[in-house]
Ligand binder design. Sequence first.
Ligand code: THU
Length: 138
Amino acid sequence: MSNFPDPPSSIIALAQEYQRRAYCPYSKFPVGAVLVGSNDEVFGGCNVENSSFSLTICAERVAMHTAVAAGVREFSYLVLSSHGAVAPCGACRQVLAEFAPNLKLFLISPDAPEIQQRYDLQELLPAAFSGSAIKNAP
Ligand code: THU
């Protein structure tokens, strides 16, 4: 990731706060996400699990869908907080790519302010499927 500044400490702390809000009684794996719009608007999310397991939604999709519902569709970066500073699941990579194929990602842990990993979304989802494929169909 070239020349992109690290997020301010307030955004890192906010992602950790969203992680604490996770509802994850089944996996006990809380995740917090903060998605920052091109206009610097901030949208948070946490994973929300369900007793019918497949209805669980990830933190990244909560943040993205909240932003889109608020009228924001352009994004610059995402901060994701989880134990082990894991990268987004495949489904969330695809959802993030719908609106932000050039998104920057910063992965952090719940208990430390340092960035653990930095990625471009294109590194995590190369050759992504996109709406242009549908439009170009015969
Ligand atoms: N989870 C996320 O919130 N984001 C991801 O990218 C990976 C997984 C959540 C879903 C579930 O509540 C828990 O982590 C364990 O899979």
